[in-house]
Design a binder for this molecule. Structure first.
Ligand SMILES: NC(=O)c1ccc[n+]([C@@H]2O[C@H](COP(=O)([O-])OP(=O)(O)OC[C@H]3O[C@@H](n4cnc5c(N)ncnc54)[C@H](O)[C@@H]3O)[C@@H](O)[C@H]2O)c1
Ligand SMILES: O=c1ccn([C@@H]2O[C@H](COP(=O)(O)OP(=O)(O)O[C@H]3O[C@H](CO)[C@@H](O)[C@H](O)[C@H]3O)[C@@H](O)[C@H]2O)c(=O)[nH]1
Length: 463
């Protein structure tokens, strides 16, 4: 099949590449000339595991092409996918200017029937706006052409985007035309071989499904962070609680990791946008409001712990920071909890020595060269001479801590563990002061008690 994708970002590029991989002829259109020039050479502008090789392979196979030429794009595909950004407007609602600009472009250039498939995350009712924009543009041209508008929200996760697209949990198709549903069923058949994952529904329900999924996941995380804060005050251990509740299949183990808040280009923006959607129909979405409030507070939690430990004296201190990206396996820094922490530390007069396996360039692009931010080449370098270590992103490379390195490199052995990567008891046995999320801080006094309660720990420390 011939497919055009507008927008070559995380969603558009992954969608286009995976559709080409299964044998379709895909043309990706973007307004960013630099991005298209890179992609034409097989260079992927984002870090996404597995994507580079797949892009190169499909360019070589001549199934994947890139252009900035809208006319060519509209002429190419029966399917015209919209995968452009829907960033938050000033009031938090989704900004539809890029989606509607694509709709108008399609209207300006189409010569016969087209299926416009919206993959961007958009408020309920956007398909009507897309249809209206297309109709108006066609009217201006004085032509009467048929088209369909489909809602096909995307559920891929950054860092696992290719895998998620190739093996989706579900493919949501919102249409008002059964024939179009069948055409999309054929398009998605290669991703459906194991079992039918296609869920067809009306357009508005499809649009809401995307927000509902993200809001539900964000709610789980904020709920766990709320429990973690309570656990801290009550002397309980949230990791034990997590295991205890996750065992119930109605709750499950997924997406209940407490931490230093959710970030990324989706949850923060989509929870906010859904709140705005609710407000427009005179509904006060109190739960969504709370999810956002809890998350904003959680993003400050590491800073408050650091401030408390240093008794408010952060001026002149250096904090080593491990992990900058909003989650592992991406270089995406949008709404990353590391940014909230760095900005609060700078405000308090501290410097940062940071290490991230891939987000260094993106961090430099955002913050530029500044004295209070040293971007290091290795985790070890970030520790050198720092007053404490803060771990913000759970990259694999941070999971097994070299205790000796931490003790010899830092001025004092203090670790702020924003993702509960380390065992508090083991850390205490190593003489490391360890603050984590929703777990008791193990002090010198309790260390002695712990050693008595865990006689085998000395064996572990000798490994
Ligand atoms: N990033 C994710 O993990 C993810 C997952 C699911 C859904 N979504 C949603 O998908 C949409 C796209 O997200 P993204 O992260 O891929 O965005 P992105 O910012 O990475 O990419 C958007 C691309 O669209 C291009 N663009 C803007 N206007 C254009 C136009 N008129 N014609 C052609 N290209 C144009 C931009 O230059 C940019 O390259 C958003 O609505 C987002 O909420 C994102
Ligand atoms: O138990 C958890 C799981 C995640 N997070 C955080 O939540 C954020 C988002 O993580 P994740 O959902 O893995 O990444 P995204 O790439 O933002 O993907 C989400 O947003 C996409 C865009 O809409 C959707 O397509 C995906 O289904 C949805 O998972 C990150 O900061 C994580 O650290 C937690 O704090 N605890």
């Amino acid at each position: 099949m011939k497919i055009t994708i507008f927008g070559s970002g995380y969603v558009g590029l992954v969608t286009g590449t995976c559709l080409a991989e299964v044998g379709n002829e895909v043309l990706c259109v973007d307004i960013d000339e630099q991005k298209i020039a890179m992609l034409k050479q097989g260079k992927v502008p984002i870090y996404e595991p597995g994507l580079n090789a797949l892009v190169q392979k499909n360019i070589e196979g001549k199934r994947l092409n890139f252009t900035t030429d809208v006319t060519q794009g509209v002429a190419h595909g029966l399917f015209q996918f919209i995968a452009v950004g829907t960033p938050p407007d000033e009031d938090g609602s989704a900004d539809l200017q890029y989606v509607l600009a694509v709709a108008r472009s399609i209207g300006e250039h189409m010569k016969d029937y087209r299926i416009v498939v919206n993959k961007s995350t958009v408020p309920v009712g956007t398909a009507d706006k897309v249809r209206e924009a297309l109709c108006k543009t066609l009217q201006k041209r004085g032509v009467d052409l048929e088209f369909d508008v489909v809602s096909n929200p995307e559920f891929l996760k950054e860092g696992a985007a290719v895998e998620d697209f190739m093996k989706p949990d579900r493919v949501i198709i919102g249409t008002d035309n059964p024939r179009t549903t069948e055409l999309l069923r054929v398009l998605y058949a290669p991703f459906n071989r194991n079992h039918d994952r296609l869920v067809a529904m009306d357009i508005r329900s499809a649009e809401l499904t995307k927000y509902a999924a993200n809001a539900m996941l964000a709610t789980k995380i904020s709920f766990m962070n709320e429990m973690a804060n309570l656990a801290e005050k009550l002397g309980a251990d949230i990791e034990q609680v997590r295991l205890g509740i996750g065992a119930d299949p109605r709750i499950g183990y997924h997406f209940i990791y407490p931490g230093c808040g959710y970030g990324g280009s989706c949850f923060p923006k989509d929870v906010k946008a859904l709140e705005r959607i609710a407000r427009e129909v005179d509904y006060n979405a109190e739960l969504l409001n709370a999810v956002e409030t809890v998350n904003n507070r959680q993003k400050q939690s590491l800073f408050h712990k650091i401030q408390h430990h240093f008794e408010g004296q952060l001026s002149g201190r250096t904090i080593a920071l491990w992990g900058l990206a909003f989650k592992p396996n991406t270089d995406d820094m949008r709404e990353a909890p590391s940014r909230t922490l760095m900005e609060a530390l700078w405000q308090a007069g501290a410097r940062i020595q940071a290490y991230d396996p891939v987000a260094k360039e993106e961090t430099r692009r955002i913050y530029g060269n500044r004295q209070e931010l040293i971007l290091c080449e290795t985790p070890e370098a970030a520790l050198q001479g720092a007053d404490a270590l803060a771990v913000v992103t759970e990259w694999n490379v941070f999971r097994s801590l070299d205790f000796e390195m931490v003790k010899t490199s830092l001025k004092a052995p203090v670790v702020f563990d924003g993702r509960n990567l380390y065992d508090p008891v083991l850390m205490a046995s190593q003489g490391i002061i360890h603050y984590s999320i929703g777990r008791p801080v193990v002090t010198a006094k309790s260390r002695a008690e712990i050693s008595a309660a865990h006689p085998t720990l000395s064996d572990v420390s000798n490994i």
